[in-house]
Design a protein. Structure first.
Lengths: 696, 540
């Protein structure tokens, strides 16, 4: 059974594709009323996902089993000769990537090459393959994506209106398939293809309620901003392909470890370009601006795509390609700094948001920054661990937010209050998710956050075993990152508590809040399952993932910095509780003065980019269009026509010939000129040209 | 002998030209009030050509996979070997009748030509269905349209320069009447401008053709060689290396670049295209942007590159820079438009920049390396001709349908159409995504291959060109939002969705866009079999 799952792991991707095709078929067959499609669409997808979940589970177990036999759980190869003690690190090639040809425009063997500076282009292989690479990283991610997707689909049966079902599940099927295709990819180009498709689905789902102008705008913003990042990734993919002659992860890893200085661009530049791509998808500063707007999509979409899975794709990408980053310490520093800054920056905005989904959105950006920081600190396993736990508890938080919004019909937390007694399941599950987010022991978030803090601590103190991977980072910078990480912990606990207290405690502040009811069972079912996962994921995943990290992360053990983090989290919770429990009439944070103004205006980053898009790029478009009309067309082209016309006039007076129509006249003039040119040129060349057509 | 080999070995190429031509004559002959018969004749001829082109492509692909037409190895080692891949068909009786002096009537084509024939057939097929509801002078309209198609097919299957030019003009000239009579807006101005500018290009091409012949002939005469000289490409190619000295190649490549470049919409002689496309009736814009604009790139690939490789090498920087500029400039211009049709027209200017960029990257091959990059980029360029052709045909079909139903092309007067016309919206999104270059559509494959190949030799120009990708996604998505999403414009509440015949056009093009995006392999094989010999010639 397990062998079957491993052997046919491509079915994990194929099943959602099948769901997509079936739903599309049902929509076309169902015709006008769509009654058939409304009933069947969710079930088609759910059944396919159940199948995929089984196979993903089998694959995960098999992969970990193989892992055991190999004697250590490493997802990345330590570089610079600083291998850990047990040194049995399998490379990606050891994971037996399986590929099939997809597109083979020949001629690797025929490349005529001389002494070109880019020697390796000689062996460039323009074959594209599609394949499957299963290692603990991708196998775990596959399982998480299928699981969260399944739960979100079940939830959506209650959350979405029935007439929206066909189109919604169609897009969701496509999204799940693309996301899984991206995770399972064995090479960069395949990953890039699915990466773009995931972006398309995000666009379609953000704009799901397209008659709303905000939704339509947010969809474009998301697509264009991430596309800007994708450009960086595209250039990096091309540079790697040209430089190393291959794009499969396994071969790239081997090639780069052997020879880090081949590519046409330096590895540092390539790594930073990759990071720009990751920043677009994973909403890192300053490309984070699309994610809060993306909350215009249905809440179940926000939970699946803009919290748990797609936005983590950037983190996944950097983790997958971490061997490149480890060969480029400067790029690691950039990743760590941008990640750390994003974490604290977004958390500060989250402090003052009043839209329940926007709080979550900024929280997501902040946590993604946290993961990126971990990657930059050369702790990919810790970052990935946080990715998985975050997928569970953030999906949970979004779904509870959806449940609340479903009941109260508003997203403004100032218009809620007192919902605890009316929606007990939602309130408790939301509390569990919130505590996990804040990093309270023993919930999942605590363990993963602890690992990240440990990594930051090691870097700041220059302790630990793999500091050589980033010689470039000075101690002050390390301290800066650690402090940013710790302040973020405090802020996270604060805004989470603020939100929960304002929503669930106190008295109902509006009519809607007074008459709220608990959501239907399809919705609460998913909440309960996710809450359970949030409670146990830490325990389940720690033993599994500690091995992925180096031996020093000692399982459940509390590190000193972890205790500091825990204290900060508890302090943040207590502080926020004290401030917001009395239900203050005025926002207490207004006392912060300029900082409050900055935070509530999103630190003006969005304003700047909107100015850039609206006042610069679009105006440039208008100017170019006018320029084309007035100067190129009006001046150059029409001017030439006018000149020719005048010339024709003159010729006519001179020759006093027939008065021809304009068209023929122009043609005549042009042909005469052409013939002149011809004679002049050809006679000039050979001296023996005889006009006229001569037979053989 | 199976059906396919029978068709392809004997008559297929001639039929491709003769069927639309005969249908055109037939249409002239029948009374104008036989409305259904007129349409049926148009449909029948387009179905026939589609079937023949598909069989041709299938058969040619079969020849490649079975190794009869070389695509590996030899083609590159020996520059000439590739022209075996040209598929020659000489009609013995007919050829004598219309051959004179150095001119002979020969039909032959290669993989790229087959792909272009398929594109033409698909475009006219969907074009006929998309303009099913045309009421004004339908007889003459379809007759001219089919005449134009006959000319286009002729260009793709001719090896004789005289007939190449002959068919080229047949393809270009009906446009004047099609726009002038059935057009909209300032149609007389647009028709005149388009025709004049294209004629200017033709003048350059004629000069070039005569010079190619004259130069080859004087070379043979001067050296007393016993070699055939004619206007036939197959005679000229073996002579090209000796007969055309670098200086000659340098200047006459420029002549061809300007001549074919007009049709390919190179900056700054692209301005006939937006006006022309905007004024033209639906099926005409579809054919013109979808197929005719490709004649520019095709002419360069078929004639200028094999005969004047050193010329391209001399100018490839210029060609590449102008091409990259086209991409970005066209995209910005498209962003600034208010008329739906102008947006699409400028997007063609932008996308054809990619074709020229890919061809320019072929010029870098003479550095002595980079064969792989040149092949990839040029494969991408031809693939872009195909993918953009289908995509822009779909775009213009949709614009025509929206205009016919909403009675406006002003983007500001639309909005929310996805509610009343979900079918049109879906098709528009598919076309838009291909334009943006999203994986799963043909546009992605083309752009990826072009940029990949260009990055090898001209990374900075390619990087500048990639900016066009972002700008394209901005204007395409804004267009989608302003036309199809957002609040429904109250004036358009009763706008109908696409109808039966129109669905045929939309479905066929959408399916092809996605099919070549998901599985591009066969078409790339076809294209590559034609591109590799050309690169081989240039590498010498």
């Amino acid at each position: 059974m397990l062998e079957f799952a491993y052997e046919y792991s491509w079915l994990i991707v194929a099943l959602p594709v099948l769901a997509f095709v079936l739903i599309a078929g049902v929509i076309i067959i169902a015709g006008k009323g769509q009654a058939l499609a409304r009933v069947t669409a969710p079930w088609i997808l759910i059944l396919c996902l159940l199948g995929a979940l089984g196979i993903a589970g089998g694959t995960l177990v098999t992969t970990l089993h193989v892992q055991d036999r190999k004697g250590g759980m490493h997802i990345v190869l330590p570089v610079n000769g600083n291998a850990p003690a047990e040194a049995a690190a399998p490379t990606l090639a050891d994971w037996n990537p399986r590929e099939v040809d997809w597109l083979a425009p020949e001629p690797a063997q025929n490349v005529v090459s001389t002494d070109h500076p880019m020697e390796s282009i000689r062996s460039w292989n323009p074959t594209l393959r599609m394949g499957v690479l299963l290692d603990p990283l991708s196998a775990t991610m596959l399982f998480v994506v299928v699981l969260v997707s399944l739960l979100v689909q079940i939830y959506s049966m209650g959350y979405m209106k029935r007439e929206e079902h066909p189109r919604f599940y169609l897009y969701m099927a496509l999204f799940t398939a693309s996301m899984l295709g991206m995770v399972i990819a064995s090479n960069l180009v395949q990953m890039f293809i699915f990466w773009e498709l995931v972006g398309l689905c995000s666009y379609l789902l953000i704009g799901f309620w397209f008659p709303k102008p905000e939704a339509a705008r947010a969809a474009i913003k998301a697509f264009v901003v991430t596309r800007f990042g994708d450009l960086g990734l595209l250039i990096a993919v091309i540079a790697l392909w040209l430089g190393y002659g291959d794009v499969s992860f396994a071969n790239l890893q081997t090639a780069i470890v052997q020879n880090p200085a081949v590519a046409p661009l330096s590895l540092t530049v390539i790594a930073i370009l990759i990071f720009i791509g990751a920043s677009g998808k994973s909403a890192q500063f300053p490309l984070h601006i699309w994610l809060p707007d993306a909350m215009e999509g249905p809440t179940s979409v926000s939970a699946l795509i803009h919290a748990a899975t797609m936005v983590a794709a950037g983190v996944f990408l950097v983790a997958r390609l971490h061997f490149i980053f480890e060969a480029a310490p400067t790029a690691l520093l950039v990743v760590a700094l941008v990640g750390g800054f994003t974490a604290i920056f977004a958390a500060s905005i989250g402090l003052v948001q009043n839209d329940m989904k926007k709080v979550m959105a900024y929280s997501t950006i902040s946590q993604l920054g946290y993961m990126m920081m971990g990657l930059g600190l050369a702790a990919p396993a810790a970052a990935f661990f946080h990715l998985t736990t975050h997928a569970f508890f953030k999906a949970l938080l979004f779904l509870t937010a959806g449940s609340v919004i479903h009941a109260v019909h508003t997203q403004d937390i100032r218009e809620m209050g007192g919902l605890f007694s009316k929606m007990k399941v939602t309130a408790v599950t939301c509390l569990i998710g919130g505590l996990a987010l804040a990093g309270i022991v023993p919930l999942a978030g605590f363990f993963s956050k602890d690992k990240l803090l440990e990594a930051a601590w090691d870097v700041a103190m220059h302790t630990g075993e793999h500091t050589a991977a980033w010689d470039g980072i000075s101690q002050p910078l390390g301290w800066l990152i650690l402090i940013m990480a710790l302040v973020t912990v405090l802020m996270t606990a604060f805004y989470t508590t603020r939100m929960w207290v304002l929503v669930f405690l106190g008295k109902p502040r509006t009519h809607g809040a007074e008459h709220a009811h608990e959501s239907p069972a399809t919705m609460t079912f998913s909440l309960v399952v996710l809450a359970a996962l949030t409670c146990v994921a830490g325990f389940l995943l720690v033993p599994m993932l500690t091995g992925m990290e180096w031996a020093r992360t000692n399982g459940f053990g509390l590190s000193p910095v972890g205790i500091v983090g825990l204290l900060l989290a508890v302090g943040g919770i207590a502080w926020a509780y004290r401030l917001y429990r009395p239900a203050p009439a005025q926002e207490p944070l207004q006392k912060l003065g300029w900082a409050y103004v900055g935070m509530s205006n999103l630190w003006y980053v969005n304003t700047f980019f909107m100015w850039l898009a609206g006042r610069v790029v679009l105006v440039l478009g208008l100017l170019v269009a006018r320029f084309d009309k007035a100067v190129i067309d009006g001046g150059l082209v029409d001017g030439t026509a006018w000149l020719t016309g005048r010339l024709g006039h003159v010729l006519r007076r001179v020759g006093a010939g027939p008065s021809p129509g304009q068209l023929q006249y122009y043609a005549l003039v042009i042909f005469l000129l052409a013939a002149l040119v011809l004679v002049a040129m050809v006679t000039g060349h050979t001296g023996s040209f005889m006009p006229g057509v001569v037979g053989r | 002998m199976t059906l396919t080999t029978f068709l392809t070995a004997h008559y297929a190429l001639a039929l491709l030209v003769l069927i639309p031509f005969t249908a055109s004559l037939l249409l002239m002959a029948i009374p104008r009030n036989w409305a259904l018969a007129i349409r049926l004749i148009a449909v029948a001829s387009s179905v026939f050509t589609l079937v023949i082109s598909a069989l041709l492509a299938w058969d040619y692909y079969h020849l490649i996979t079975s190794g009869i037409i070389p695509v590996h190895g030899e083609a590159l080692q020996n520059g000439m070997a590739g022209f075996q891949a040209i598929w020659q068909y000489e009609a013995p009786g007919l050829a004598k009748l219309i051959s004179f002096g150095p001119v002979s009537f020969r039909l032959a084509t290669d993989g790229a030509g087959v792909a272009m024939c398929l594109l033409t057939a698909l475009t006219i097929f969907s074009g006929v269905f998309a303009s099913w509801n045309l009421q004004e002078r339908t007889k003459e309209y379809y007759a001219l349209l089919l005449l134009l198609v006959a000319g286009v097919f002729g260009v793709f299957v001719s090896t004789d320069l005289f007939f190449f030019f002959f068919f080229y003009e047949i393809a270009v000239l009906p446009m004047y009447l099609l726009i002038g009579i059935w057009g909209t807006g300032s149609k007389e101005y647009s028709a005149m401008k388009l025709t004049l500018m294209l004629l200017m290009g033709s003048a350059f091409i004629v000069v070039g053709f005569l010079a190619l012949y004259a130069q080859a002939r004087s070379y043979v005469m001067d050296n007393h060689l016993n070699l055939p000289v004619s206007f036939n490409l197959l005679d000229l190619v073996p002579l090209a290396h000796q007969a055309y000295n670098p200086e000659f190649q340098k200047w006459f490549f420029l002549v061809f670049y300007l001549g074919f470049g007009v049709l390919a919409g190179i900056f700054p002689i692209h301005t006939w295209s937006p006006d022309g496309h905007a004024s033209a009736p639906t099926a005409t814009s579809m054919l013109h942007a979808g197929v005719l604009m490709k004649l520019g790139g095709f002419g360069l690939l078929r004639i200028a590159l094999p005969l004047l490789p050193a010329g391209l090498h001399q100018w490839h920087w210029l060609v590449a820079i102008i091409a990259a500029w086209n991409i970005v400039y066209g995209a910005f211009s498209a962003m600034g438009q208010k008329d739906l049709k102008y947006v699409i027209a400028y997007s063609s200017v932008s996308h054809l920049g990619m074709v020229m960029l890919g061809l320019a990257a072929g010029g870098a091959v003479m550095d002595g390396n980079n064969t792989a990059g040149a092949i990839t980029a040029m494969n991408g360029a031809v693939f872009q001709m195909f993918a953009h052709g289908i995509m822009t045909a779909l775009f213009f079909a949709l614009v025509g349908l929206v205009y016919g139903k909403a009675h406006t092309r002003d983007i500001d007067k639309m909005g929310g159409l996805a509610r009343v016309a979900p079918g049109l919206a879906v098709a528009f999104v598919i076309a838009g995504l291909s334009s943006v270059g999203l994986p799963g559509t043909g546009g992605f494959i083309a752009e990826f291959m072009i940029f990949m190949g260009t990055f090898m030799s001209k990374p900075w120009i390619a990087a500048f060109g990639t900016l066009g990708i972002v700008i394209t996604s901005i204007y395409v998505l804004r267009l989608l939002r302003r036309v199809f999403f957002g609040q429904l414009n109250p004036h358009l509440v009763d706008m109908p969705d696409a109808k039966t015949t129109e669905w045929v056009a939309l479905t066929v093009t959408c399916v092809v866009i996605v099919a070549v995006g998901v599985y591009p392999y066969p078409i790339i094989q076809l294209i590559s079999s034609a591109v590799q010999p050309v690169v081989g010639l240039m590498a010498h």
